[in-house]
Write a protein that binds this ligand. Structure first.
Ligand SMILES: [Zn+2]
Length: 140
């Protein structure tokens, strides 16, 4: 274990550097494995990781800096879907932030809906009816 600093190479695994527990949990959750990935991740994406606040991001930036190249290792997609329960007709807008591998980074659901992991991936369910909601992609 060693301390992070701006000269640490991009391919350094985060598991080999000293990090506060909160930050370690947050980067693990987000699937960020190397110092380079951390440098490439924008502040906007970092702040969307649960339990990673502005204070933690400042702490990280001071120690890892930012990517010098403009190319991004990971592209984060935001998409929104209209969700509607086929039984009780409860409806709302769900938003998803995912990376290129489509692993979810952040999901925001309207009240009354929940996410259930199924064989076909994550499904939005109506909490009251316990039924999968109908989802329709929306233009931003
Ligand atoms: Zn319902």
């Amino acid at each position: 274990m060693f301390d992070l600093n701006p000269n640490v190479p991009d391919d350094t695994l985060l598991e080999t550097v000293r990090l506060p527990t909160r930050i370690r949990n947050a980067v693990n959750y987000a699937g960020i494995k190397t110092v380079g990935e951390l440098r490439e991740t924008t502040d906007e994406s970092l702040v969307s990781i649960p339990n990673l606040g502005n204070g933690s991001i400042k702490w990280l930036r001071k120690r890892v800096g930012r990517a010098r190249r403009s190319a991004k290792l990971m592209t984060v997609f935001d998409r929104a879907e209209a969700v509607r329960c086929p039984q009780c007709a409860l409806a709302g807008i769900a938003s998803f932030t995912t990376d290129e591998q489509a692993s979810p980074r952040k999901i925001r659901l309207p009240e009354g809906f929940k996410i259930i992991a199924t064989d076909r991936g994550n499904q939005v369910y109506c909490v009251a009816c316990n039924r999968p909601a109908i989802t329709l992609p929306m233009d931003h």
